[in-house]
Design a protein around this ligand. Structure first.
Ligand SMILES: [Zn+2]
Length: 251
């Protein structure tokens, strides 16, 4: 059972607006929030996603001279790294009992390399797509010699922590359905939809396989009907983030 769920704000990432809404023209950068989540459970603390790499701190020009120049602009301060974030919560790296990786993109797995022994739950399809692919994400997100637990579909990490296979945005994307003591059911869609508009109005956004991602959206819409979650949280929704209570508030 999950005693507490904390929303952790891990900085921002500048994306072209067309990545959030495929109907808009390119040429305008939008700064979207990057998230991690910490669960306090009877088995100890568990992290969902680990934000951006430490090497992004104060490096808005990280991608200068690459094909991502002008399309991807990190906005990350020292307090947004995983070690500093955990310290603020009274934890250190070694306290974390497991890491759940929704997928291995730069804004979700940047702190994974800090966890040398901890089980990291990731879909096998994601692992194989990413792990030796230099173009996929920075090396911090793809460190090969970690304690990966490779999954082939849905998986229950512990009671109240259900991973739902939702490929489409990436090859092995997974979403997380939680059940917490205080708030009951909570659905983290992660990047099945960057925004509520992607999810509810079918607004296209940056996905690997649009048809597959549409199936993932439909799957999660069915989960919402069945479970009636208190919160449905999207991966990078600027409006939703404005109203989201973060640590030390918990759910
Ligand atoms: Zn993302």
């Amino acid at each position: 059972m999950i005693q507490k769920l904390y929303f952790l704000q891990m900085g921002y990432c500048g994306l072209d607006q067309s990545a959030l809404n495929g109907n808009l023209p390119t040429g305008k950068i939008m700064y979207v929030p990057v998230w991690s989540f910490l669960l306090e459970t009877s088995d100890g603390p568990i992290l969902i996603d680990t934000g951006m790499p430490d090497s992004f701190v104060n490096q808005p020009n990280y991608y200068a001279g690459t094909r991502r120049e002008g399309k991807l602009i990190p906005d990350m301060q020292p307090q947004h790294t995983i070690p500093e974030t955990l310290k603020r919560l009274g934890y250190s790296i070694k306290d974390i009992q497991a890491v759940i990786s929704s997928h291995l993109h730069l804004d979700h797995a940047g702190g994974n390399h800090h966890f040398q022994d901890v089980p990291i739950y990731v879909q096998r399809a994601e692992y194989h797509e990413a792990i030796h692919n230099e173009d996929y994400s920075p090396i911090e997100c793809r460190e090969p010699n970690l304690n990966y637990h490779l999954l082939d579909g849905d998986y229950e990490v512990a009671p109240g922590i259900q991973l739902l296979s939702t490929p489409g945005h990436s090859a092995g994307h997974q979403s997380v359905l939680l059940n917490t003591e205080k708030s009951g059911s909570i659905l983290l869609t992660v990047d099945v939809s960057y925004t509520r508009d992607n999810f509810e109005r079918g607004i296209p956004f940056a996905v690997k396989d649009a048809q597959q991602n549409q199936q993932a959206i439909q799957r999660l819409q069915q989960v919402i009907q069945d479970k009636q979650p208190q919160i449905v949280f999207f991966g990078h929704d600027i409006e939703q983030a404005k109203h989201q209570q973060v640590y030390p508030s918990f759910f």
